[in-house]
Design a protein around this ligand. Structure first.
Ligand SMILES: *Cc1c(COP(=O)(O)O)cnc(C)c1O
Length: 821
C-alpha cells in the first residue's frame, strides 16, 4: 500500500521539517520562538518526530491488517528504552541532516538531546533486551506489540554521597512525555480478591463466576517504535492503573467519600513504582498485582483486536503469539484460560489447546533461588479464580505425567506447578513451561544448563519444545547513534549498510593489519575516550587520561558479577606500585558503574569499597599518572551510550554458570573493546566468534566449579598459598580505605576468606595473571588495534536482528510484511 503524498506532518525535507518545528513550538507548546529554551526545542523536535512515526505506524497497521499477518506480542514487566529522540531521528534517516541544520542555526544539538529524561522502566539487561527486540521487530517489519507497565516512577536515580549509594525517586513524567499517546477509551477492568461461585449456564454447562472484592481499570498509553529505515513502526502499549468509577460511587452513595478517595489512591498505587529485580527478599504482594494487572489488560486487548478482525476465537493462536519475557508475565497462561472459559464461554479442552499454542517462554536465570514462586495463600486471597484454574491445569498435567513415569513419584513432585515443601507455593516457571509451545534460554551455555539442571524434568518430557536463542543488541542505538566517529569510519570502509546487516562488518578483517586504517581506527577510539573523559570530569570531578587503558565494568552490582574481583586487581596493582615505584606499568583507568538493589547490603558495600579505593588511589602521588579509579554514578541507557564506545577493555568476569547471557559484553565488542572474561553466558560465543587469540580468557569452568564444590571448597587455602592475595585482603582490613575503621569492609573480606560462594579466591590468580597479559598486549599498539578491529569485524552474530530472525523462524513462524513502501 502506498502512503499518501508528503505534507507538514510526514515530510522529511529540510523545508517541511523546519516549518513543522516552528508550528509545534507555537501551536502545540505555545512558545514564542525568540524566547524558546533548549527544553522547548527538545519538545518541538519530539512532536515533529512523533508525527512522522504515527504516519508510518498507521501505514504499518493497515498493511498488517490487510495481509492478516500473525502478530507477535512481547510481554515484559520491563522495557528499558533509553532516550527516544536521537534514535528515532536516526531511524527516520534524518539524524545527520537535523544535526547540520541545528549547527547552521547555531543551536547546540547535543544539549537538546540531553534535555530528554530517559524512561527508566527496567532494571538492567532483561528490560534492555526487550527494548532491543522491539527495535529489531520494527526494523525487520514484523507486526508486533510490546505490552508492559507504565510505571510512574521508574528505576531510582543513583547518587553517591560519601561513597555510598543513595536512591532518589525517578519522577520521569514530571515534564510530560511527548512520545506517548494516552488512549482514554482503551481501558479494561482487572479484578482482585473476593470469591468464586459456580452456576449452570443456559445450556446446562458448569460455569464459574468470579465475584471480586476490588476492580482496577487499566488505561493504555502507546509509544510508537520505529524501525531503522523508517519503513515500519510497531506499538509499545503500557498500562496505567486507575480506580474503577462504579466502585467509587458505591462508597460515595453510602456516604463515605474519603473511603472512595482512598480506594482511588490504592488503585493508582498499582503502577506507581518499578521493583528492583535482584533484591534478596521477594514475594511482595504489590508485585504480583502488577504482574497480573498488565497481563490481564494485554490479553483482553488481544482478544478485542482479534474480535474486531475475525469474530471467531477458535483461531486466536493463528493470529497472535505471545512471548513471555521470563516468568513475570507467566500468569498469562492461567489468565487466557480464564478469559476463554469464563468470559467467552469456551470449553476447557478447546481453551487449553488454544492457550498451549499461543505462548512461548524465555528463561533468564539458572539460580534456583531466583526462580519465581508465589505462596498459594496469596493467590487464594488475591486471585482466587486463577488459583482454581492453576489447580485444574496441574491436575490434568500430573495425570498425564504419571502415565509416563509410573515408578517415579519424586519426578511428579518436581514437575508439579505447586511446591508442596514447607509453605505451599506456585512455581511460575513450571506454569510457563506447561502452558507454552516453546521454551528457550538466552545463550548456548545457558540453554544447555537449563536442559540439564533447573528445567531438566521438562526437557525429559518435551525435548522438542526447547531451543536456544542467544541474545543480541541493536547496532543502531549502540553503535550508529552512540559512536558517531566509529560509525563514520565504518561507512567509509564497509560496503552496504551495516546498520541493517551487521555481518557486513566482516569486510573489516581485510583491514585489520592496514597501518593507515589502524590509525583511523585509533582516532575514532580516541574521540570516544576523550568524550567520556570530559563527561567524567563533569559528573565525577576526576581527571582521567584518555591515553591510558580504559578498563570498564558497567552493569548491575551483584556478587555473582564480581565487581569485587575487579577491585582486588586494582588493589594488586596499587600494592605492587607502592612496593616498587619504578615498576613499568601500562597506565590504567578503571571505570565502574551500576546500581545496587536498595535492599542488597553487600552490593551497596561493594559500591562504597570502590569509591573508598578511588579516594585513596586517585590522591596518592606515588601512583599518579598510572592508576585512576572512577565510579560513574547512575548508570543508565543515556550514560551507557557514552561509556561502551570509550572502553578498551570489557570486564565480563561473572562466576561461570551464573550469568545467563549478558548483553553488555556484546555492546563492548561492537565498539571494538577486547574482553577479559570467564566461560560464562554469551562470553563463550563471543570468544568463539572473535577467535581465542582476540579474547582474554581466565577462570574455572562450570565443570571445574562443580568438581570443586563436590570436593569441598576451602577458600582460605587460596589466600594462604598466595601471599599477594593475602596482602591485598589485609590491605582492605587494615582500615586504609576506611579512615582507620577496620570493621567497615569486614562483611566483604570475611565472606571471601571463609565461604566465598562466588569463587573469587579460586579465580584470583588466573585473573590477575591474565590482566598482566592484557597490559602487555596494550603496550603493543599495532597488535592491540588489530585485535580491536577483529572484534568489531566479527560481532555480526550479536545483532538483535539475528536473534529476532531466529525467534521468527524457529518459534513464532512469522515473516516480514510484504511490499512496504
Ligand atoms: C546492556 C545494559 C545492561 C546489561 O549489562 P550486562 O553487562 O549484560 O549485565 C544493563 N544496564 C544497561 C543500562 C544496559 O545498557
Amino acid at each position: 500500500m502506498a502512503r499518501a503524498k508528503e505534507n507538514l506532518r510526514t515530510g522529511l525535507s529540510r523545508k517541511e521539517l523546519n516549518k513543522a518545528f516552528e508550528d509545534h513550538l507555537i501551536y502545540t507548546l505555545g512558545r514564542l520562538p525568540e524566547v524558546a529554551t533548549p527544553f522547548d526545542y527538545y519538545q518541538a523536535a519530539a512532536y515533529v518526530t512523533r508525527d512522522r512515526m504515527m504516519d508510518r505506524w498507521i501505514h504499518s497497521a493497515r498493511t498488517a491488517k490487510h495481509q492478516q499477518a500473525r502478530t507477535v506480542c512481547y510481554l515484559s514487566a520491563e522495557f528499558l528504552l533509553g532516550p527516544h529522540l536521537g534514535n528515532n531521528l536516526l531511524n527516520l534517516g534524518i539524524l545527520d541532516q537535523v544535526r547540520e541544520s541545528a549547527a547552521d542555526q547555531n543551536v547546540d544539538f547535543e544539549a537538546i538531546l540531553a534535555e530528554e529524561v530517559e524512561p527508566g522502566l527496567g532494571n538492567g539487561g532483561l528490560g534492555r533486551l526487550a527494548a532491543c527486540y522491539m527495535d529489531s521487530l520494527a526494523t525487520l517489519r514484523i507486526p508486533a506489540i510490546g505490552y508492559g507497565i507504565r510505571y510512574e516512577f521508574g528505576m531510582f536515580e543513583q547518587v553517591i554521597r560519601d561513597g555510598w549509594q543513595v536512591e532518589k525517586s525517578d519522577n520521569w513524567l514530571r515534564n510530560g512525555n511527548p512520545w506517548e499517546l494516552q488512549r482514554p477509551k482503551l481501558r479494561f477492568p482487572v479484578r482482585f480478591g473476593g470469591h468464586t461461585e459456580s452456576y449452570q449456564d443456559d445450556q446446562g454447562r458448569y460455569r464459574v463466576r468470579w465475584v471480586p472484592e476490588e476492580v482496577v481499570v487499566g488505561v493504555a498509553y502507546d509509544t510508537p517504535i520505529l524501525g531503522y529505515g523508517g519503513k515500519h513502526a510497531n506499538m509499545l502499549r503500557l498500562w496505567k492503573a486507575e480506580a474503577c468509577e462504579t466502585f467509587d460511587f458505591q462508597a460515595f452513595n453510602v456516604g463515605d467519600y474519603y473511603q472512595a478517595v482512598e480506594a482511588q489512591m490504592a488503585a493508582e498505587n498499582l503502577t506507581k513504582v518499578l521493583y528492583p529485580n535482584d533484591e534478596p527478599e521477594v514475594g511482595k504482594e504489590l508485585r504480583l498485582r502488577q504482574q497480573y494487572f498488565f497481563v490481564s489488560c494485554a490479553l483482553q486487548d488481544m482478544l478485542r483486536i482479534h474480535t474486531l478482525i475475525s469474530g471467531d476465537l477458535t483461531d486466536f493462536h493463528a493470529k497472535f503469539t505471545v512471548q513471555l519475557n521470563d516468568t513475570h508475565p507467566a500468569i498469562a497462561v492461567a489468565e487466557l484460560m480464564r478469559l476463554l472459559l469464563d468470559d467467552h464461554g469456551m470449553g476447557w479442552e478447546q481453551a487449553w489447546d488454544i492457550t498451549r499454542r499461543t505462548f512461548a517462554y524465555t528463561n533468564h536465570t539458572l539460580l534456583p533461588e531466583a526462580l519465581e514462586t508465589w505462596p498459594v495463600e496469596l493467590f487464594e486471597r488475591l486471585l482466587p479464580r486463577l488459583l482454581e484454574i492453576i489447580y485444574e491445569i496441574n491436575r490434568r498435567f500430573l495425570d498425564e505425567v504419571r502415565i509416563h513415569f509410573i515408578d517415579d513419584p519424586e519426578r511428579v513432585r518436581r514437575l508439579s506447578l505447586i511446591d508442596e515443601d514447607g509453605g505451599r507455593r506456585i512455581r511460575m516457571a513450571n506454569l510457563a513451561c506447561v502452558g507454552s509451545y516453546a521454551i528457550n534460554g538466552v545463550a548456548r551455555l545457558h540453554t544447555e544448563l537449563l536442559k540439564s539442571t533447573v528445567l531438566k524434568d521438562f526437557h525429559d518430557l518435551w525435548p522438542e519444545k526447547f531451543s536456544n536463542k542467544t541474545n543480541g543488541v541493536s547496532p543502531r542505538r549502540f553503535l550508529a547513534l552512540s559512536n558517531p566517529a566509529l560509525a563514520g569510519l565504518l561507512d567509509e570502509a564497509v560496503e552496504g549498510d551495516w546498520r541493517y546487516d551487521l555481518d557486513r562488518l566482516r569486510q573489516l578483517e581485510a583491514l585489520a593489519d592496514d597501518a593507515a586504517f589502524q590509525e583511523r581506527w585509533q582516532a575514532a577510539q580516541d574521540a570516544a575516550k576523550a568524550g567520556l573523559a570530559r563527561l567524567i570530569a563533569r559528573r565525577v570531578g576526576v581527571t582521567v587520561d584518555p591515553a591510558s587503558l580504559f578498563d570498564v565494568q558497567v552493569k548491575r552490582i551483584h556478587e555473582y558479577k564480581r565487581q569485587h574481583l575487579n577491585v582486588l586487581h586494582v588493589l594488586t596493582l596499587y600494592h605492587r606500585l607502592k612496593h616498587d615505584p619504578g615498576l613499568d606499568l601500562v597506565p590504567r583507568t578503571f571505570i565502574f558503574g551500576g546500581k545496587a538493589a536498595p535492599g542488597y547490603h553487600m552490593a551497596k558495600l561493594i559500591i562504597k569499597l570502590i569509591n573508598a579505593v578511588a579516594e585513596v588511589v586517585n590522591h596518592d602521588p606515588d601512583v599518579a599518572g598510572r592508576l585512576k579509579v572512577v565510579f560513574f554514578p547512575n548508570f543508565n541507557v543515556s550514560s551507557a551510550q557514552h561509556i561502551y564506545p570509550a572502553a578498551d577493555l570489557s570486564e565480563q568476569i561473572s562466576t561461570a554458570g551464573m550469568e545467563a547471557s549478558g548483553t553488555g559484553n556484546m555492546k563492548f565488542m561492537l565498539n571494538g573493546a577486547l574482553t577479559i572474561g570467564t566461560l560464562d553466558g554469551a562470553n563463550v560465543e563471543i570468544r568463539e566468534e572473535a577467535g581465542p587469540d582476540n579474547f582474554f580468557l581466565f577462570g574455572l569452568t562450570v565443570e571445574q566449579l562443580g568438581q570443586l564444590r563436590a570436593a569441598g571448597y576451602r577458600p582460605w587455602e587460596c589466600w594462604r598459598d598466595d601471599p599477594e592475595l593475602g596482602a591485598v585482603l589485609d590491605l582492605i582490613d587494615s582500615g586504609l580505605f576506611s579512615h582507620g575503621d577496620r570493621e567497615l569492609f569486614k562483611p566483604i573480606t570475611d565472606s571471601l576468606r571463609h565461604c566465598d560462594p562466588f569463587f573469587l579466591m579460586a579465580d584470583y590468580r588466573t585473573y590477575v595473571d591474565t590482566q598482566n597479559e592484557v597490559s602487555h598486549a596494550f603496550g603493543d599498539r599495532r597488535h592491540w588495534r588489530r585485535m580491536s578491529i577483529l572484534n568489531t569485524a566479527r560481532v555480526g552474530k550479536f545483532s538483535s536482528d539475528r536473534a529476532i530472525r531466529e525467534y521468527c523462524e524457529d518459534i513464532w513462524k512469522v515473516s516480514p510484511l510484504e511490499g512496504q513502501r
